[in-house]
Design a protein around this ligand. Sequence first.
Ligand SMILES: [Zn+2]
Length: 272
Amino acid sequence: MRRGIAAIAGSRIVGAERVKCSRRPILIQPKGAALARRLVGRTIDDVGRVGKRVVLRLDSGDRLIFEPRMTGLVLVADPPTTEHLRFRLDLAGGPIECIWYWDRRGLGSVRLLTDKDFAEKLGNNSLGPDALALAADDLKARLSASRRAIKVALLDQRAIAGIGNLYASEILHLAAVHPAKRCDKLTIAQWQAIHQHMLEVLNLAIQHEGSTLSDGTYRNALNKAGGYQNHHRVYDRAGEVCPSCGQKEIVRIVQAQRATFYCPHCQAARRR
Ligand SMILES: [Zn+2]
């Protein structure tokens, strides 16, 4: 998502508008005219990412944050539908004239934060370090005292930022760790395996521009499907034979209201 709009760095914002939408309204901050007033005329100095958010840093020091949650998209063109468009940014001085924020279910948000609010709301006290910047020792240090199930802990953005639900299942399958295993019961070798496969899964998913599941929701900035779903080993594959062992079928369970997929053979609870 970030790479898809990276070319807007250096562009000037010439318009910012909430799009009239009959669907459940999303969170857009600040309310009223203040948003456009603080955006229009500003230059985008940087297009970054913090965990699962795209962050535009402006020359005023403000940050414009797109948080897509379940069904949000950042698009440069060709929205999948017009009725779910939520926000538009008009640009000048660069190759892209307009970006959209689109959200079908409307759980995502668009927020403009000052430097200070950004540090408070998305700084180290509220959000963990990015998963891709985390050393193996740090991963263990941050989670190993917890009694929570490892799958649930990996999704805790305050501990580590950036791991989405489907990727947690993929990481644990490759690491051969049962998703319900308590963090404080994992061995050093298991932490190392989780760390190694966390980097592997996230980097490959980024390379393939994310996962577009059967509902077709996730699209890149050009409204094209991602490719990582073709690499899923367990996610959404309940009942299929495990690609690692070829012996057991993938099982679906629910942990903290989120679906988890694993192989009872490769990720056996007791043996591991
Ligand atoms: Zn297996």
